[in-house]
Design a protein around this ligand. Structure first.
Ligand SMILES: *Cc1c(COP(=O)(O)O)cnc(C)c1O
Length: 372
């Protein structure tokens, strides 16, 4: 699905030098690379504060802790997402409330969101799934009307631009009260291990998040609130500093591959290529087709026989996971979400795809639909 080795080969000298310099300085934790990376990322994103942490799941958890959410508070999230988005809600004793996604963008449906708000609702977690933004303008409008926090799960969409109707442009992850992202190796901006970050424009919130990520410590050995230990290490920060310089060109390579796939597949009957919305760019963390449910697994096997990987993100939506049975979520009706889990299939998508590889993938998908 990705080719991390080929990506490394192209920037090997600078990556190797950056890692070597961390080893030589031996400041493995909170070294200068971490400070510089957070400054560079906040410049790139146009956000006041970037608070690095150990992974994207921690970012979401610390964000919810930082907003002071209390057990019993309801947090609204799409069911069609990676489990991390929803898991941390339950872990903190909060109540996950699952809503529908838009069948075209795979992102939170604002109408479903509005219907799910109760007097206990405290926060909304839109997910910019596959690299395309949720309808943030509408989500923010609803959140403001009900005085709710918005935490963006931007793990799949770093670098994506959001266009407001006012003409203002913001990077996703900087629009809500807090944005969260992951630097897992296969993400659009990935390190060589685990990593994550939170983004906010709120000074007070930024220092709270920083404190929680560091054992709730305000000054050394003085702990003001219960926190955790969640750090980005210096080696990862050094790798990320190099890769951040290439992020825009990486996302462009993804967009070019997506345009090629679109062209190859858009006229196949009963195949839906990813939709694009005028309100945002798409950074194609995944390139996801929708096909007929009865053909989906056959297509996966057909490609697999040709040594082409494909993946189902995600075969079981959050509201159908056993981990949420205690919340009564298993019996709620989310027909669009259920339908998508039967139709989606993601193709290889990365920054180093060679022409013969992409041609082979395209002709294999085409020949599958020609022979059925
Ligand atoms: C990857 C991902 C996460 C979690 O990130 P980790 O760094 O693996 O903890 C959260 N949400 C979404 C949508 C993701 O894709």
């Amino acid at each position: 699905m990705v080719d991390l080795m080929a990506q490394y080969e192209r920037i090997k000298p600078s990556i190797d030098a950056a890692i070597q310099s961390v080893i030589t300085n031996a400041q493995f934790i909170n070294g200068p690379e971490v400070i510089t990376f957070q400054e560079e990322l906040s410049d790139y994103l146009g956000v006041k504060h970037v608070i690095p942490c150990a992974n994207g799941t921690d970012a979401l958890q610390i964000a919810m802790m930082g907003l002071g959410l209390q057990p019993g508070d309801e947090v609204i999230t799409p069911s069609f997402t990676y489990i991390a988005t929803t898991e941390v809600i339950a872990l903190l004793g909060l109540t996950p409330v699952f809503v529908e996604v838009d069948a075209e963008t795979f992102c939170m449906d604002p109408i479903s969101l509005a219907k799910a708000i109760t007097s206990k609702t405290k926060a909304i977690v839109p997910v910019h799934l596959y690299g395309q933004a949720a309808n943030m303008e509408e989500i923010i409008r609803i959140a403001d009307a009900h005085n709710l926090y918005v935490i963006e799960d931007n793990a799949q969409a770093i670098g994506c631009d959001y266009y407001f109707s006012s003409g203002e442009v913001s990077k996703t992850g900087t629009i809500g009260h807090i944005g969260c992202t992951s630097f897992f190796p296969s993400k659009n901006l990935g390190c060589f291990g685990d990593g994550g970050a939170m983004m906010t424009n709120d000074d007070e919130l930024a220092s709270t998040l920083r404190m929680i990520a560091n054992h709730g410590q305000s000054k050394r050995y003085y702990h003001d609130q219960v926190g955790c230990n969640s750090r980005l290490d210096s080696v990862q920060a050094a790798v990320l500093r190099i890769k951040l310089q290439h992020l825009d060109s990486y996302n462009e390579a993804r967009q070019q591959l997506a345009a090629f796939y679109d062209h190859a597949f858009q006229s196949i009957p009963n195949v839906k290529v990813p939709a694009r919305k005028a309100y945002s760019t798409h950074v194609y963390h995944q390139y996801t087709l929708q096909v007929l449910p009865e053909l989906r697994d056959r297509l996966h096997n057909y490609l697999s026989d040709r040594e082409i990987p494909s993946m189902i993100y995600y075969p079981v939506p959050a509201h159908r996971q056993r981990m949420f049975s205690a919340f009564g979520s298993n019996s709620i009706e989310l027909p669009i979400t259920d339908n998508l889990t039967e139709r989606v299939i993601s193709l290889p998508m990365h920054t180093e795809m060679k022409q013969d590889q992409r041609d082979y993938i395209a002709s294999s998908v085409q020949s599958f639909f020609n022979q059925i």
